[in-house]
Structure formats: structure tokens, C-alpha cells
Design a binder for this molecule. Structure first.
Ligand code: G3I
Length: 468
């Protein structure tokens, strides 16, 4: 069974990070954006019945600033590496599930779907598969056993599986892989059948890159999936990775998604990023916003498009820089975890409105508990100012007995129940309509109402309320 992405509970305690504006410590031109808070992307996506997903980096789920976004903005998680064959079965018959389990547990704790990635792929294979010697028919059995074992382990907990990943050459023919060589073209159907048998409720996908627009490779994908459907092979969806280059979103993307959806298949954008030559500048970031908006807009325009997954959210964690030297800045949050123009373009493509800016002399505060456990919680604070400020002091109260144990992006002190958070050297200057932000961790997991906050002595209204 799989669940649809639900709305994140709103209000006093649990909600998402949203648009913020800080002067980034690197001083990167135009990196952050000065508009105020919008609802979590997952809520906006859910309005049209879609998911908004994240290709997640498992080890980073230990970091408060990472999980503050990962756990709240997204309604689907795709493990970036932890479910690949080389990760889960490095030695034949010996499975290692810890990384994958962690992500599935995390997703369930945050009311998120899981997009399983990936079962049969020529890359990140263990050596015993990639370079093994197999008797006739042996690799078919090895492959279907692997699929049955992994899908079976998570049966009922995975919404979608990339059963076969990147099976095509650029000309649309089948890629030369160990599976094609040893098993023949039927390896794709065999893998799909094994997955269906192991979890009848998971939606089974074929996923590839450079198939986003019309062209030889996507024609090859179209022929492949048509032949599989004609043969009664269990296939539910086609994934379009969308690893794109600045300014090069295919104009035919919507048309391409639609022709697959018209086959009765679900389609999804599965690994979106838009890379650019570094350094970034305001013009490039604006083009990137246009590109993100175009991709998300293409999905929203196609009824059968289930959602969009970003291949990471922060430029501090992306596969691009190590893979394409000199390129990067491919994601909607910058290296300091601040939303870029691309973030706002996604908001708008999902039908969201930029939040109104406060009047001069007023401020709007957004106090959000981003994680809570038995004896602790993390909180993200955003305050949007109606006038320019050069240095800020934010004050608020905590319940008796609740103490701040650590904080970030602020110099914070506590006296009794009163907390005073001041800017640090790099984030004191905020323009009119801009947002300052900081976070902290406390020793209490109790559920309490959000406190009233003041900015430089002015009491702020709470996000979502009209300024009085
Ligand atoms: O875990 C080791 C670490 O111990 C070691 O210190 C480090 C040194 O290089 O490597 C780490 O492993 C890296 C792994 O990501 C985890 O970070 C590998 O070297 C690196 O090759 C691997 O890259 C992954 C890549 O797939 C491999 O092809 C990326 O994270 C992952 O984002 C990327 O994702 C793929 C999709 O699965 C399929 N579509 C294309 C997409 C981008 O390549």
C-alpha cells in the first residue's frame, strides 16, 4: 500500500522552511532571494495531486539544517545511493540495509513517499555482478533474486520503483550492459515481472536521462515501453531524469511527457537539476528560475505527471561539481541553504503566490519546529522586515525549563525564559521585504504554542496573519 503525500500540519509547531533572504557569507551575487515565506512546496504540489520529491543524501539526515528542509518541503524521497545494488548487496548473497532502512524510516516519520532507486542499472554495481563470470541463465536468476529480495524487503512501503535505470543509448537502442549481454533484451521484462511479484502495489518505472524532450533517445524509450505494454509486461511509469543545462530545457518537454502519459502510463520528473558554468550571477540565476519553472510547469500541465523530484536541494550537496568541473549551482537552494530564484519559480509553477511583504515599520515572524524527539527539538525562525535593517535582535520567550542547547546563524543568549538572538557578522543587513533566519536546538520535545517574537523591539505578527 502507498499513501498520497499529505499536507504538512501547519500552525504553531510543525511546518517548513520557506523563502528567506540572508546575505550569504560568501557574498555570492544574487544567490539568495528577498521574497518572504511561501507554503512548503509539498503543500503546493499536493494541491494538484502531485508529489514534490527530493533525491536525498542519507548521511546528511544527521544535520539539522539539512533535515529542516528535507523533512518539510518534500513529500517524496528518493535515496541517492543507498538502494543501489552496490550499496545493498556488495557481496553476493550478503545484504546491507542500514542506509536504505534509515531513509525509509525517515520518510515514514515525515509522512513522505519513497521512490526506490534503483534495482537494475549498469552503474554502481558490485564488482561480482559487473565483472562476474556466469553460467548460462545464471545472471537472470541472480538479477531476479536481487529484485525479489530488495522489493520484497520494502513491500508496502515504496510508492514507486525505478526497476530499470538508464537502459538506452543516445540513439535510442538498448545500451550494452552486462544484463543485455548475459540475458538479452528480455532482462527488462524479467526485472519488471520480478518486481511486480514482490510488491504488487508499487508503481514500476523505467527511468532514463536525455529523454526529456522529443528526440531519438526518447523515441527509443517510447518504442521500448510500447513493446513492453503490448506484451503485457507490468510497467506503470516512465521517469525523466532531467539533468539539464542552463537555458536548455527542451521546448518539447510537455509534449514528450504527454505522449507517454497518453499510453496510460504515469510519468514523473525524477532527478531534476539545472547546472551552469560557475560562478553564478544574477542573470544565470534568473535563467535557472525560468528553467525550473518550465520543467515543473510541464509536469503540472500533463495530467499523468505524478510529480517532480529534485536531485538534491542545496548547492552544497550536488553530484554536479565533482562530475562536471567548473559547473554547479544546479539546485534551488544555495550553498548556505538559502532559497534561490529557482525556488520561487517552483512555487509559482505549482500555483503558489509569493507572500505579501510587510508594511514599513512592521515585521512578520515564522517560528517553526522542524524536528522533535523525546528530549529535544529544532526550531527554524524567519523574520521578514518591512524596512531595511543594519543589525537585528530578535527576542522571544520559551516555557520554563526549556533551554537552548545550540544555535546557528545567530549569536544567541538565554536569560531565564527570555531568548535573545542577534545577527552574526555576515547576516545583519537585510533589505525591506527581506527575511532574516536562524535556528536553534532545545532540550525539550514538548508541544507548545509558538511564542510571540520581536524584531529590534517591534512585536511581529505571525506568518499567515494579516499585519495589524
Ligand atoms: O561513499 C563514498 C565515500 O566513502 C568516499 O569517501 C567518496 C570518495 O569519492 O565516495 C563516496 O561514494 C560516492 C557516492 O556517490 C556517495 O557520495 C561515489 O564516489 C560517487 O560516484 C557517487 O555518485 C553518485 C552517482 O549517482 C554515481 O553514478 C551520486 O551521489 C548520485 O547522485 C548519482 O545519481 C545518479 C542516479 O543514480 C542515476 N541518474 C544519474 C545520477 C547522477 O549521476
Amino acid at each position: 500500500m502507498f499513501f498520497h503525500p499529505g499536507r504538512t500540519p501547519r500552525g504553531v509547531v510543525v511546518a517548513a522552511l520557506a523563502a528567506v533572504a540572508l546575505l550569504a557569507p560568501t557574498g555570492q551575487a544574487g544567490a539568495a532571494d528577498s521574497r518572504a515565506a511561501a507554503p512548503p512546496l509539498r503543500e503546493l504540489a499536493a494541491e494538484s495531486g502531485r508529489f514534490l520529491g527530493l533525491g536525498v543524501n542519507g548521511p546528511l539526515l544527521d544535520q539539522a539544517n539539512y533535515t529542516a528542509v528535507a523533512g518539510t518541503e518534500f513529500s517524496s524521497l528518493t535515496p541517492g545511493n543507498e538502494m543501489k545494488w552496490g550499496s545493498v548487496e556488495p557481496t553476493r548473497g550478503s545484504y546491507s540495509w542500514a542506509g536504505a532502512d534509515r531513509i525509509v524510516d525517515y520518510a515514514e516519520a515525515h509522512d513522505q513517499e519513497v521512490h526506490g532507486h534503483t534495482l537494475v542499472w549498469h552503474s554502481q554495481l558490485p564488482d561480482w555482478v559487473a565483472n562476474g563470470t556466469f553460467a548460462d541463465g545464471e545472471l537472470r536468476q541472480v538479477m531476479t533474486d536481487h529484485v525479489a529480495t530488495e522489493v520484497g524487503r520494502y513491500a508496502g512501503r515504496i510508492a514507486r520503483w525505478d526497476v530499470v535505470n538508464e537502459p538506452l543509448n543516445e540513439d535510442g537502442t538498448l545500451r550494452d550492459t552486462v544484463f543485455l549481454r548475459e540475458i538479452g533484451p528480455d532482462y527488462i521484462a524479467d526485472a519488471l515481472r520480478a518486481a511486480r511479484a514482490a510488491d504488487p502495489d508499487a508503481r514500476l518505472y523505467i527511468n532514463d536521462y536525455n529523454t526529456d524532450g522529443l528526440g531519438a533517445k526518447s523515441d527509443g524509450m517510447y518504442e521500448l515501453v510500447t513493446s513492453l505494454l503490448d506484451a503485457g509486461v507490468p510497467l506503470d511509469g516512465v521517469g525523466f531524469q532531467a539533468h539539464l543545462i542552463l537555458g536548455q530545457v527542451p521546448a518539447s518537454m510537455e509534449q514528450n511527457l504527454r505522449r507517454f502519459a497518453d499510453l496510460g502510463l504515469e510519468v514523473a520528473v525524477t532527478e531534476l537539476d539545472v547546472r551552469m558554468q560557475l560562478p553564478s550571477d544574477a542573470a544565470k540565476l534568473q535563467q535557472q528560475a525560468v528553467d525550473y519553472g518550465a520543467v515543473v510547469g510541464a509536469c503540472v500541465a500533463v495530467d499523468g505527471c505524478a510529480g517532480v523530484t529534485l536531485w538534491g536541494f542545496t548547492d552544497a550537496d550536488s553530484w554536479i561539481p565533482p562530475t562536471f568541473p567548473g559547473q554547479g549551482a544546479a539546485l534551488p537552494w544555495d550553498e548556505n541553504y538559502q532559497p534561490k530564484p529557482a525556488y520561487h519559480a517552483i512555487v509559482e509553477a505549482l500555483g503558489g503566490d509569493p507572500a505579501p511583504e510587510p508594511e514599513p515599520g512592521s515585521c512578520v515572524a515564522d517560528y517553526r519546529v522542524t524536528n522533535r524527539w523525546n528530549a529535544g527539538s529544532t526550531v527554524d525562525v524567519r523574520v521578514t522586515t518591512g524596512q531595511p535593517i543594519a543589525g537585528w535582535t530578535v527576542t522571544f520567550g520559551l516555557p520554563v525549563g526549556e533551554s537552548v542547547v545550540s544555535s546557528w546563524n545567530t549569536s544567541l543568549t538565554q536569560s531565564g525564559t527570555t531568548v535573545t538572538a542577534r545577527n552574526v557578522s555576515w547576516n545583519g543587513t537585510v533589505g525591506a521585504g527581506g527575511t532574516l533566519g536562524f535556528g536553534f536546538q532545545t532540550n525539550s520535545g514538548a508541544v507548545n504554542a509558538a511564542p510571540v517574537l520581536s524584531l529590534n523591539g517591534t512585536t511581529c505578527t505571525t506568518a499567515g496573519q494579516a499585519p495589524s
